[in-house]
Design a protein around this ligand. Structure first.
Ligand code: TIU
Length: 230
């Protein structure tokens, strides 16, 4: 059993029964010229999560942990794009339209894919999702249950949108989620702070919040206990 210092209290897991879930680290959100920027956001705020997430990804692979990547996006014919989602924001350039990295949030396009720094390896499931939550209209729940995974370590973007929605969906399905604060990011610093507060409030109403350094310490070879509190 590994234990990670976290709030509201330590997060314990068997490395074989936990999955690392990396949410939507796609060029469309993280790179200039994508959907995130089309929404008026400064994408540089998201890029700070890349390096710590890459370290967690390497450690998870080393530990033999199940790694799952998600991507938000739609079929090229946009048949799974709700008209309300397409219309929202009255954007000049929105989902399905041509952007500098291909059609925005459309599967198969360059911008829809995961950034090079966190590229999935063969054998790591990539879950394509049409919504903000990774459980809605996907096979994520089936993938996790078939492997007896009931605990998730969550990284990705954005903290208050797809990360929070996914954690809430997971919580209602009986999963325990540890969100790594330095491996998730928001275009809005205030939302980053509050979204993490919401998860861990009331005794962990939706889950746990920790730091990647504490997870890495727990996963280090031969390390099976929590790092002592500072
Ligand atoms: N706009 C925003 O903050 N996020 C999204 O649209 N999708 C995800 O968070 N992945």
């Amino acid at each position: 059993m590994a234990t990670v210092r976290a709030e509201p209290y330590e997060f314990a897991f068997e490395p074989g029964q936990v999955a690392l879930v990396i949410i939507d680290m796609q060029r469309d959100f993280v790179d200039p010229g994508g959907f995130g920027e089309a929404l008026g956001n400064d994408v540089s705020l998201l890029r700070r999560a890349i390096a710590p997430t890459a370290r967690v990804l390497a450690a998870a692979r080393q530990a033999g942990m199940l790694v799952i990547h998600t991507r938000e996006g739609h079929r090229p014919d946009l048949a799974d794009l709700p008209p309300a989602k397409k219309a929202r924001g009255h954007l000049k350039t929105g989902i399905g339209d041509a952007g500098p990295m291909g059609r925005i949030l459309v599967r198969g396009e360059y911008g829809h894919d995961i950034i090079d720094e966190l590229r999935p390896r063969a054998g790591e499931p990539v879950v394509d999702k049409p919504g903000k939550g990774a459980f809605y209209a996907t096979d994520l729940d089936a993938i996790l249950r078939s492997r007896d995974v009931a605990k998730l370590i969550v990284c990705g973007v954005t903290t208050e949108v797809c990360v929070n929605t996914t954690v809430r969906e997971a919580n209602d399905r009986g999963y325990d989620c540890l969100v790594l604060a330095d491996c998730v990011a928001s275009y809005f610093p205030e939302f980053q702070r509050v979204a993490l507060e919401m998860i861990k409030a009331q005794g962990g109403i939706f889950g746990w919040v920790g730091e990647s350094a504490d997870l890495l310490a727990a996963l280090a070879p031969g390390k099976e206990t929590t790092r002592p509190a500072a």
